[in-house]
Write a protein that binds this ligand. Structure first.
Ligand code: MN
Ligand code: MN
Length: 346
């Protein structure tokens, strides 16, 4: 295992041929000015090592230890007392994934159910609506993830309904977060499934304002980088007529709100996969079809360009413990998950 050299992925550009027209695309990432040297490939480490890790970003001590061991100088200051054991207050190891669930027919779960959520598991509670599917976490007061299809059929001209409201459909005993729970927190009510992705009908748009689809999001992030990523994703549909599956969520614990009822995630992530035009049941991965995986701190980031935070699905799996694309054949799953993909400017 060699020292990783980020320059190796920078600045590859090429002409992509899409149907009858071509466009220039670069798969280079902006190269950080200073990047700590790791003793193992960063591809085997969680995405936070690309910017800044904190103990709150790790789901268990074992993962913090892996990062600490890879960076002997401890640039992220994970081992404050210098005893060689970082992030000692974290659980030693996290529980494994919940038991596998049968493949779903829900179009929003076409690529799988990343945490094996079910309708009777309070911290991995599957909620299925016509507009999206998500896994809700009772103890965190936010979703673990949401998954939704995005294509021209979902986009219309309906105005933003702005009807943030508690989700009355939650089972008894699960606290219903209210819009007021976020008041005065300094955090935005950030959509996971964006309002702008559901503009075909008032009912569709309104479904995105249920508080189970909302997470506390840094205002700068929500209104800047994240919004641009959402707009880029819709542009893939508006301008290239792509059919997409988007999966997004947050992990880690920056802080909490509403007397501990709502966790503010420390990192936000999003995965965008492109479906085959002629066979929308299949994912495309070739030079013309990008896979995007983004993992970004939930704060006002030094770079407001979302491309700075591109990573692989494999590394988001490592950070979250989920298994994405489980419904795809293993060779395709592996290829998609290890790919940095390439940004395409619509
Ligand atoms: Mn937003
Ligand atoms: Mn997977």
């Amino acid at each position: 295992m060699g020292i990783i050299n980020k320059l190796a992925v920078a600045g590859r550009c090429g002409l992509l041929l899409l149907g009858s027209f071509g466009l220039w695309a670069c798969d280079g990432l902006p190269v950080p000015v200073e990047f700590p040297s790791a003793t193992v490939e960063v591809s085997s480490l969680p995405p936070c090592v690309d910017d800044d890790c904190n103990c709150r970003d790790f789901r268990d001590q074992a993962l913090a230890q892996a990062v600490f061991d890879a960076f002997p100088d401890d640039p992220f200051v994970l081992d404050r007392d210098g005893n060689g054991v970082p992030c000692e207050s974290l659980p030693a190891v996290s529980p494994g994934l919940d038991p596998t669930v049968p493949p779903s027919q829900n179009p929003h779960l076409l690529l799988g159910n990343p945490s094996n959520a079910t309708a009777d598991n309070p911290n991995n509670l599957l909620i299925e609506r016509p507009q999206y599917a998500l896994s809700y976490n009772r103890d965190r007061g936010i979703a673990n993830w949401a998954s939704w299809q995005l294509s021209a059929d979902w986009l219309g001209s309906v105005e933003r309904q702005d009807d943030f409201r508690q989700d009355g459909g939650l089972p008894a005993g699960v606290y219903q977060v209210t819009p007021n729970d976020y008041q005065g927190s300094g955090f935005d009510r950030g959509h996971i499934v964006p309002s702008g992705d559901r503009t075909r009908s008032e009912q569709d748009n309104s479904a995105t304002f249920l508080m189970t689809n909302i997470q506390p999001q840094s205002p700068q992030n929500n209104r800047g980088l994240w919004r641009e990523l959402e707009e880029y994703t819709r542009d893939l549909v508006y301008q290239l007529d792509y059919r997409l599956v988007v999966i997004a969520g947050g992990y880690g614990e920056l802080d909490d709100l509403a007397n501990g009822r709502i966790t503010i995630p420390s990192r936000l992530w999003k995965i965008v996969a492109v479906l085959d035009h002629s066979n929308p049941g299949e994912v495309r991965l070739d030079s013309a079809y990008p896979i995007l995986a983004i993992d970004v701190p939930n704060q006002d980031t030094p770079s407001t360009d979302w491309q700075t935070y591109r990573t692989t699905v494999d590394r988001i799996e490592l950070a979250t413990g989920y298994d994405f694309f489980a419904q795809l054949p293993v060779p395709l799953q592996e290829e998609l998950e290890s790919s940095l993909g390439r940004p395409i400017a619509p």
